[in-house]
Design a protein around this ligand. Structure first.
Ligand SMILES: NC(=O)c1ccc[n+]([C@@H]2O[C@H](COP(=O)([O-])OP(=O)(O)OC[C@H]3O[C@@H](n4cnc5c(N)ncnc54)[C@H](O)[C@@H]3O)[C@@H](O)[C@H]2O)c1
Length: 439
């Protein structure tokens, strides 16, 4: 194991920059403010509520994570955003319809103070939306320069000691990495040539990394998931992570599938369908945006179940994911899963899950944890892809040559062992043999 890192303290203010100021981002900002005022609990956030066991079970040491490693405090966070739709935090939250007015109205002044900066936005990449709050520029390079100016200005005006950026923007159309994404030089040449293979989210990721700002991608589009930006992040000491917040149906999938596999039960089919009626649902109604999401959702089971190692249990698995836009539901999505499993001697059984879920309520604590953990990682000298944050993502980015780990429980152990390592404690293996020796 490498030596314990020397972690710089979390002094001063942390700017949290949010490209995309819709349902998730406004719910996140409102929830942090509510927690600061003691009006609500930050439920779902490991950085705020979870403890971490240190040493043996007999030692009785289980501090809160935030008391064990130096994290920015909620009072030290300041928020910035970009969105083509010019709604401030209050209007955005009211339109999103996630939080009730009795929560929003007492915080109206604060929420109105967060106004989105003009976005780098192009309807070619998100076809079902448009808005007037958009930057103009001669080329993608020019737009990247404008974003870098925004980041620097935001930091100065708000007295930030450090910043992080979390993409909470819409899912862009499906793109594969090409030659422009191979090296930083090729990427910068493509920015200057205004190459359409560079989507807006990539320009934000580039601007963040070049400004030394850690970046996480909460949507499934490529954004920073290609060699040019991965290498740039690693070389510049910038932690990055992605992709696609693990909420709702995929969270359930990565809870259930590892359990069924642990018992060596077979799975023949997993049919997942969703109805949702928020702005995200409208964007995903475009087949090209849906394809980006579908790829992200489909990979999960294959990696957890390893059909190549267990062909008799999972070799014939039929996995289907559907998302249907259904406006009456708003942000309160309903996700159905039908799982056909097989047991002893091949006898079939069925599991039905009907999750009446609130997507942004599940996503908001992920935004908070990613912001605080990416900032911690940077102060600990960690850079490039942060695999220990896979816990939060539907399609975790990995260093080249490694397959992603999707099993929520393995991801959770990895996250906590990484925190133990950062804090100078031994990892916990759960071997436990030495308890018998009276230690
Ligand atoms: N809600 C969840 O649980 C969840 C889970 C996983 C992933 N996601 C992803 O997170 C993202 C946000 O979800 P949401 O429910 O808040 O959606 P939303 O539609 O309410 O908000 C997205 C916002 O991004 C803005 N936007 C689009 N392109 C932009 C750009 N180039 N620059 C700046 N802003 C831009 C849109 O105008 C919109 O206001 C989506 O991509 C979604 O797929 C959400």
């Amino acid at each position: 194991m490498t030596d314990r890192p020397n972690v710089r303290p979390a002094d001063g203010r942390l700017g949290v920059l949010l490209p995309g100021f819709g349902a998730v981002a406004s719910t996140f900002v409102a929830g942090v403010e509510a927690a600061r005022r003691g009006l609500a609990q930050p439920i779902g956030s490991l950085t705020q509520m979870n403890t971490i066991r240190l040493g043996k079970r007999t030692e009785g040491r289980s501090p809160l994570i935030r008391d064990f490693v130096p994290l920015a405090g909620l009072d030290d966070l300041v928020f910035g955003a970009w969105d083509p739709i010019p709604d401030d935090g209050y209007d955005s939250a009211v339109k999103a319809g996630v939080l009730d007015r009795h929560h929003l109205d007492p915080m109206e002044d604060f929420l109105r103070s967060v106004k989105p900066m003009p976005a780098v936005f192009d309807t070619e990449y998100v076809r079902r939306l448009d808005g007037p709050n958009v930057k103009k520029g001669a080329s993608r390079w020019d737009l990247a320069e404008q974003l870098r100016d925004d980041i620097r200005r935001f930091g100065e005006e708000n007295g930030c000691d450090r910043m992080v950026m979390i993409w909470c923007g819409s899912t862009e159309v499906f793109l594969r990495p090409g030659p422009a994404h191979e090296t930083l030089a090729a990427f910068e040449a493509a920015l200057k040539a205004d190459d359409p293979s560079i989507a807006p989210s990539m320009i934000y990721a580039y601007a963040a990394i070049m400004e030394g700002v850690p970046y996480a991608n909460g949507a499934p589009n490529l954004s920073a998931d290609f060699p040019a930006l991965e290498d740039a992040a690693r070389e510049r000491g910038v932690p990055i992570g992605g992709k696609d917040f693990k909420t709702g149906q995929t969270l359930m999938k990565t809870i259930l599938a590892p359990g069924l596999k642990a018992r060596m039960l077979g799975i023949d089919g997993w049919f997942s369908t969703n109805i949702l009626g928020n702005r995200d649902g409208a964007v995903l109604d475009d087949p090209d945006s849906f394809k980006t999401k579908e790829e992200s959702k489909l990979g999960v089971l294959e990696h957890i179940l390893q059909p190549e190692m267990y062909p008799e249990l999972y070799g014939k698995l039929y996995h289907k994911v559907r998302i249907n836009y259904y406006p009456p539901r708003g942000d309160n999505k309903e996700g159905w899963d039908n799982i056909d499993i097989t047991g002893w001697m091949g006898y079939g059984m069925q599991i039905k899950v009907d999750f009446l879920c609130r997507d942004s309520i599940l996503a908001a604590p992920i935004v908070l944890d990613l912001a605080l953990f990416l900032d911690l990682a940077q102060r600990a000298g960690m850079s490039g892809i942060q695999e220990w944050l896979s816990f939060y993502f539907k399609s975790p980015q990995t260093v080249p040559g490694l397959y992603p780990e999707h099993d929520l429980f393995i991801q959770h152990r990895k996250l906590k062992n990484t925190l133990r390592w950062i804090g100078g404690e031994e990892p916990i293996t759960h071997l436990g043999l030495d308890y018998d020796e009276g230690e």
